[in-house]
Design a protein around this ligand. Structure first.
Ligand code: CP
Length: 303
């Protein structure tokens, strides 16, 4: 049974295979009829225990584009409110002969639990602050489409690194693929254990963005802060907002990314998010091709 829980156990070749197959899926999505039979007879369950706009919709569409059946579990309308556990919920859904689970959960490690409870291919769609591998894959793919390579790119990720599964998965993946990653934010939001390989930490925004090829802004994840941190939003924005003035320090060809959801004029200026440098909508678009590719690599040939 194949899983994508994080990048542990994945080789560079395996990851490159996903990025290459995404090109084929992108071509499918450009056809008048955006559908292939690759997953006919397969049932995937999107089990989202935490809200999502992009990840859930793109996974569901990706599965349907490949002719899979999709079982959507809506946590808010479920018997979780009556005290049902994660294990009983997954075992219930699994009884419908589901072939794969796509899981989002507020608890770090929940996707591993689902893989164990179900015995089925499991894709982590974001677990707590731990990992969000398909987001990192679509971010890497966006950089590849822009620059044709990842080796040697200077990628600066700015914001609430401490609470970010996107930062963790991007640092892990980009380091593996040869990019130089700088994680930047207030010292209280920079976990020291992330400094390894080619990944650096700094709270100096100017140094972090100087000569960057890619600048990614991250949201302050107040839902994971338990009332801690935060001086004030305006103070944070004064020092750590990604905006046009800051981008003058980056390379002339630098692009701006944001995984979403974004808080305009807090971690990123609205005008920069809408500017020619922004690839935020391209990230969303490529997310569908990447998720089709991930489903293909995990599930085709399964039956
Ligand atoms: N980037 C991301 O995970 O967005 P959603 O929370 O909308 O899925």
């Amino acid at each position: 049974v194949k899983h994508l829980l994080d990048f542990q156990g994945w080789t560079v070749e395996g990851i490159q295979g996903i990025l290459e197959t995404a090109d084929v899926m992108k071509e499918v999505l450009e056809r008048p009829v955006k559908k292939v039979p690759a997953l006919q007879g397969i049932t995937v369950c999107t089990a989202f225990f935490e809200n999502s706009t992009r990840t859930r919709t793109s996974f569901e569409l990706a599965a349907r584009r490949m002719s899979a059946d999709v079982l959507t579990f809506a946590a808010g309308a479920s018997s979780l409110s009556k005290g049902e556990s994660l294990r009983d919920t997954i075992e219930t859904l699994n009884a419908y002969k589901v072939d794969a689970f796509i899981v989002r959960h507020h608890a770090s490690g929940a996707a591993h639990q689902v893989a164990k409870f179900s015995g089925k291919s499991t894709i982590n769609a974001g677990d707590g602050r731990r990992a969000h591998p398909t987001q990192a894959l679509l971010d890497a793919y966006t950089m590849l489409k822009e620059f044709g390579k990842l080796e040697g790119l200077k990628v600066t990720i700015v914001g609430d690194i401490l609470h970010s599964r996107v930062a963790r998965s991007n640092a892990e993946l980009l380091d593996l693929l040869g990019a130089d990653v700088t994680l930047c934010g207030p010292a209280t939001l920079l976990p020291k254990e992330l400094q390894k390989g080619r990944v650096k930490l700094t709270n100096d925004m100017q140094a972090a963005v100087k000569d960057a090829d890619v600048v990614m802004a991250l949201r302050l994840q107040q839902e994971r802060m338990n009332g801690g941190f935060l001086p004030s939003m305006s103070e944070y924005a004064l020092t750590y907002q990604v905006n046009e003035r800051l981008l003058e320090l980056a390379k002339d060809h630098a692009i701006v990314l944001h995984p979403g959801p974004m808080n305009r004029d807090l971690e990123i200026s609205g005008s920069l998010a809408d500017s020619e440098r922004s690839r935020i909508i391209a990230q969303v678009e490529y997310g569908q091709a990447i998720r089709m590719s991930v489903l293909y690599h995990l599930l085709v040939g399964k039956k």
